[in-house]
Design a protein around this ligand. Structure first.
Ligand SMILES: Cc1cc2nc3c(=O)[nH]c(=O)nc-3n(C[C@H](O)[C@H](O)[C@H](O)COP(=O)(O)O)c2cc1C
Length: 310
């Protein structure tokens, strides 16, 4: 998620859950090819398993970025065909590509040619008036024929004109049934449903007939949700860490990053929701958001915030 799941956020989430698959923010091919590649691609080895999400629609450029993903040892490369923002549309990528399944197939073919790693596609169930199941089914058939076998489906359509990206995550109704129908029609492919999930109970129900569930906003705002995922979803036998343990695990990381010149608020901003619903959650949030901006702020701010909730 743009501006949210940066490397600091992902390292934090990885202290909560070892087995869930984590995704980068969407990175455009232009940024990777012409920008500071290492700044966009570097991550901590503990973040694995990790997916690099790309935004783009020029097959050769996507192939070049897939090779970079290989060199950086990402576990999977995902193509964004779901983002409806104006900026993305003007670059002719994101959700507007749902209208061009042949181009998406060319992109996927170029990427799978360039890497041995799985190439996956995240998309919507439709855009604008083009929201029939037949069209969605045609999209999957065309893209799968090019070598994509994993589809992450945000189970609502997007309106490319008239709604902001935020509204496009809330207003078009969720239609999980379309994803279930895709799984019935293409049982050989992997379907991961996305949109609106807030509890592991809801996830478990989806997993009775689908292959996976992607959680976006709730995982960020209430990251503790993921603490039981290793046991409940992935069958791990380890005990979930306490919230306090998670914070303690973050301290050496924060110190190391600070020594490298990273202001601590860039890390702690992702930790604000950890105590959601717990006594003292507001004090934790307030202390952590107000005290981290001083030039000399260090881990003692985090330790002091922790003392307010434990
Ligand atoms: C701040 C923010 C940034 C997002 N950025 C991306 C992105 O870079 N790539 C992407 O595929 N989806 C992005 N999304 C959409 C989410 O991945 C997800 O599809 C959507 O929020 C619905 O799932 P949820 O109800 O679990 O949040 C973003 C969502 C939010 C709130």
């Amino acid at each position: 998620m743009l501006d949210w799941t940066d490397r600091y956020c992902r390292y934090f989430l990885r202290q909560i859950t070892r087995h869930t698959l984590l995704y980068t923010e969407m990175i455009t091919t232009g940024a990777l090819i012409h920008g500071d590649t290492a700044r966009f691609l570097d991550y901590h080895p503990e973040e694995h398993p990790l997916v690099l999400q790309l935004g783009g629609s020029v097959p050769e450029e996507l192939a070049a970025c897939a090779r970079m993903a290989d060199a950086w040892h990402y576990d999977e490369i995902n193509l964004n065909v779901g983002c409806p923002s104006d900026r993305v549309q003007s670059g002719r990528f994101g959700a507007c590509l749902m209208a061009e399944p042949t181009l998406v197939a060319e992109c996927v073919a170029a990427m799978t040619e360039a890497t041995q790693r799985p190439v996956t596609v995240k998309h919507r169930i439709g855009i604008d008036e083009r929201d029939s199941y037949d069209e969605l089914q045609g999209f999957i058939g065309t893209v799968a024929a090019a070598g994509c076998h994993v589809f992450i489906v945000h189970a609502r359509k997007a309106w490319l004109r008239g709604l902001s990206p935020k509204q496009n995550r809330e207003i078009p109704p969720l239609q999980y049934e379309s994803v279930h129908r895709l799984k019935r029609d293409f049982p050989q492919h992997t379907f991961v449903v996305n949109g609106g999930f807030k509890t592991l109970g809801q996830v478990e129900r989806q997993l009775e007939s689908l292959d996976g569930v992607m959680i976006g906003r709730e995982a960020y705002q209430n990251p503790w949700l993921l603490a039981a995922a290793d046991q409940r979803i992935f069958g791990a036998t380890t005990t979930p860490p306490s919230r306090q343990t998670i914070v303690e695990r973050m301290l050496p990381f924060i110190e190391r990053q600070r020594a490298n010149g990273v202001p601590i608020h860039r890390i702690t901003r992702h930790m604000l929701g950890l105590f959601q619903g717990q006594p003292g959650a507001r004090a934790w949030r307030r202390h952590l958001s107000q005290q981290v901006h001083a030039a000399d702020a260090d881990v003692s701010v985090v330790i002091a915030a922790l003392a307010l909730v434990t």
